[in-house]
Design a protein around this ligand. Structure first.
Ligand code: SF4
Length: 204
């Protein structure tokens, strides 16, 4: 790990997933709901959703309008409502009410893309993976790990080359916290940042 990444790690050495969940199924659903939505907003709706529908067998039989009502404060709630009910049905009926750790099986679930799969692998199964969210994407570009036009897959590959595999999970959390609380999209804390000399986006 280079000095920049070590600095970010040392600022947030204990960064961890901020989504609330009590099972792999709930983790999967929370991650699906978190697309383009803050973890805080997701936690607000999942507190209600999981109290009523804690697992795949209960959620697969949920009324769509009821789920939409619970989720209506988050972005894309209509499609997310439909997807999570369909996920619950598939998990219960095709995967025997278990969450697979095989990315190929996870990718069969509606609304589950690369980032969701990587979060479930890393957070749920502790299998080394490197999910790239909006914060990591932004930081990688500000600190020249990736080109401004790189898509998230390219950003992921570039970062995985400069971070040891055993550090992927923790470094992914540290980078997210750095982006969420320090190198924010708007008004990053550049005056306090030791990377401002190297960073071409620094507000100097
Ligand atoms: S100098 Fe500013 S923009 Fe650059 S990494 Fe630090 S906080 Fe982020």
């Amino acid at each position: 790990m280079d000095n920049q990444l070590q600095y970010i790690h040392d600022l947030f050495p204990n960064a961890q997933c901020e989504l609330n969940y009590k099972s792999l199924f709930q983790l999967l659903i929370a991650v699906v709901l978190s697309a383009q939505t803050t973890d805080k907003s997701v936690n607000r709706v999942t507190a209600v959703l999981f109290a009523k529908y804690p697992d795949a067998p209960s959620l697969k039989n949920a009324n769509l309008q009821d789920v939409e009502q619970i989720l209506n404060s988050i972005g894309m709630y209509k499609i997310k409502s439909k997807n999570i009910i369909a996920i619950a049905k598939m998990v219960d009926e095709k995967f025997f009410n278990t969450i697979p750790s095989d990315p190929n099986l996870l990718s069969l679930l509606p609304g589950v893309g690369t980032k969701t799969i990587n979060v479930v692998l890393a957070e749920g199964f502790k299998i080394p993976a490197f999910p790239v969210d909006t914060h990591i994407n932004r930081i990688a570009k500000r600190l020249n790990y990736a080109h401004i036009n790189d898509n998230v897959q390219v950003v992921e590959e570039k970062l995985k080359k400069v971070i040891a595999k055993e550090d992927w999970i923790q470094m992914h959390h540290s980078l997210i916290f750095f982006g969420r609380y320090f190198c924010k999209a708007k008004q990053p804390l550049c005056e306090q940042c030791k990377l401002s000399q190297q960073c071409h986006k620094a507000y100097k």
